[in-house]
Design a protein around this ligand. Structure first.
Ligand SMILES: Cc1cc2nc3c(=O)[nH]c(=O)nc-3n(C[C@H](O)[C@H](O)[C@H](O)COP(=O)(O)OP(=O)(O)OC[C@H]3O[C@@H](n4cnc5c(N)ncnc54)[C@H](O)[C@@H]3O)c2cc1C
Length: 415
């Protein structure tokens, strides 16, 4: 792998950029690998990366049915925060957020992490009490958050309408080192680093079946043939139920489309992320100037990666009352991604009924922010066969045992 640096850019400028090589290789699959990971989204690629970096396991294939990062990784609104209520979630999301701080340097790839600050508006007394509780929980967990007054909200976001026709802004939960990153660069950076370690990233290759013998996975059937494996990691977000079905077990997840939209680009007007969960909408401004707007999840299970009119109407109505100046903006595009929701709105990083098969799913509407931490925890689980401290509470059996990690407030509307 050629290192990217200011010197490399200067050198290539002098030779008409003829020296750049592909960021990652596109090999044909081998007959078998030590570890096969299904799904080349951010989480699957991060799992492969930390398997190599933390455990020296590099005979790994990441199999992707479409193009790398083309699932939810390339469709999300890029919000990164760790202000969750429950201890296991705060630990996992804060681990991820702290890894984001140095990820560009670690991967030698600019993932454009922008710790610009995220605020979650309190617009009812109930919501305010909830955020004050989270602020105190975060203080005990070592997560830096602060409940700020309406005057401080106005100072940080001059374009906001504090009086709101329906719900006035009563304050906000503010996390100053939260922010955004370039979503597909996260996938590309991990892919490049995995490829440099000799791992195979196999795109345009769908897994169509899982072969088992004696309670263990022996191979996966794919559109490019059968590929043997000693261990299997399933990291396919909205398609987790379908993969679990192939492997012969059931998961407590539902798949729904979650939607988002962006406006035409405008001059810089807001340099933090604002989430308005009571009226149901959130917004940030991309480096190109587009307002990136998060919408809602469909109220019914489906696999359509499309947007719909009623979500535009609902989301834009919420945001126009919060930021009246956006009422004249034109919308550029709208899309959907299939997210995998659990009943307690917390993820699953778990062993499965098959001895050498592990699953990472259930990130629902908010898994982008967890990408490095999720990969770190999943790599540990695959390498050791047992969950480490980060994943210990996120077993799929918790739903049977009643050990829910209830994040319906931190992760219901907010992403
Ligand atoms: C509109 C929207 C907004 C969001 N906003 C945020 C946000 O602001 N902040 C946040 O933290 N999270 C957000 N999320 C959630 C976040 O995008 C996801 O939780 C996260 O990206 C999941 O990553 P992943 O790698 O697990 O999944 P994905 O990126 O979906 O990767 C899974 C991959 O598996 C592949 N796959 C599926 N089936 C097969 C098969 N049979 N064979 C081979 N490959 C297969 C898919 O093609 C896909 O590429 C949002 C999601 C959406 C849809």
């Amino acid at each position: 792998m050629k290192r990217y640096s200011a010197f490399a850019i200067a050198r290539e400028a002098f030779r008409q950029h003829r020296g750049w090589t592909h960021a990652w290789a596109s090999p044909e699959p081998r007959a078998a690998y030590d570890v096969v990971i299904v799904g080349a989204g951010g989480h699957g690629l991060a799992t492969a990366y930390y398997l190599g970096r933390n455990f020296g396991i590099t005979n790994v294939a990441v199999i992707e049915k479409g193009w790398l990062g083309g699932g939810n990784t390339g469709r999300n609104t890029t919000i990164i925060r760790s202000n969750y209520l429950q201890d296991p979630s705060a630990a996992l999301y804060e681990k991820a957020r702290s890894l984001f701080e140095t990820l560009s340097q670690d991967l030698n790839y600019n993932i454009m992490f922008s710790p610009r600050g995220v605020m979650m508006l309190a617009q009812t007394e109930h919501e305010k009490r909830g955020y004050l509780r989270t602020e105190r929980a975060n203080a005990l967990q070592g997560v830096e958050t602060r409940f700020i007054s309406p005057a401080e909200v106005r100072k940080l976001v001059p374009i906001i309408n504090l009086a709101g026709p329906r719900y006035p802004v009563l304050g906000a939960l503010w996390q100053p080192r939260a922010g955004t990153a370039r979503h597909d660069a996260v996938a590309w950076g991990y892919a490049r680093a995995c490829s440099a370690m000799g791992m195979h990233i196999i795109e345009q290759c769908a897994v169509t079946g899982v072969e088992t013998a004696g309670g263990q996975v022996s191979a996966v059937n794919t559109t490019k043939g059968t590929i043997g494996c000693k261990k299997l990691g399933i990291v396919v977000a909205g398609h987790s139920g379908a993969l679990a079905d192939m492997a012969g077990f059931r998961l407590p997840v539902e798949s729904v489309a979650l939607q988002a939209l962006v406006s035409e680009p405008i001059k810089p007007c807001m340099d933090v992320v604002v989430m308005a969960n009571t009226v149901h909408g959130y917004m940030s401004q991309s480096d190109k100037g587009e307002m990136v707007i998060g919408g809602g999840a469909d109220g019914f299970n489906n696999y359509t990666q499309r947007g719909s009119w009623h979500h535009i109407e609902e989301t834009v109505r919420a945001l126009v009352e919060t930021f009246p100046m956006i009422s004249r903006l034109r919308m550029l595009r709208q899309w959907g991604g299939i997210v995998d929701m659990t009943g307690d709105r917390s993820p699953i990083i778990s062993k499965t009924p098959l001895g050498n098969c592990f699953i990472n799913c259930g990130w629902g509407t908010g898994g982008f922010k967890a990408t490095p931490g999720s990969g770190w925890a999943m790599a540990e689980l695959i390498a050791r066969g047992e969950p480490g401290p980060l994943a210990a509470e996120f077993s799929m059996t918790r739903f049977r045992e009643g050990h829910f990690i209830d994040e319906s407030v931190a992760a219901g509307v907010a992403h």
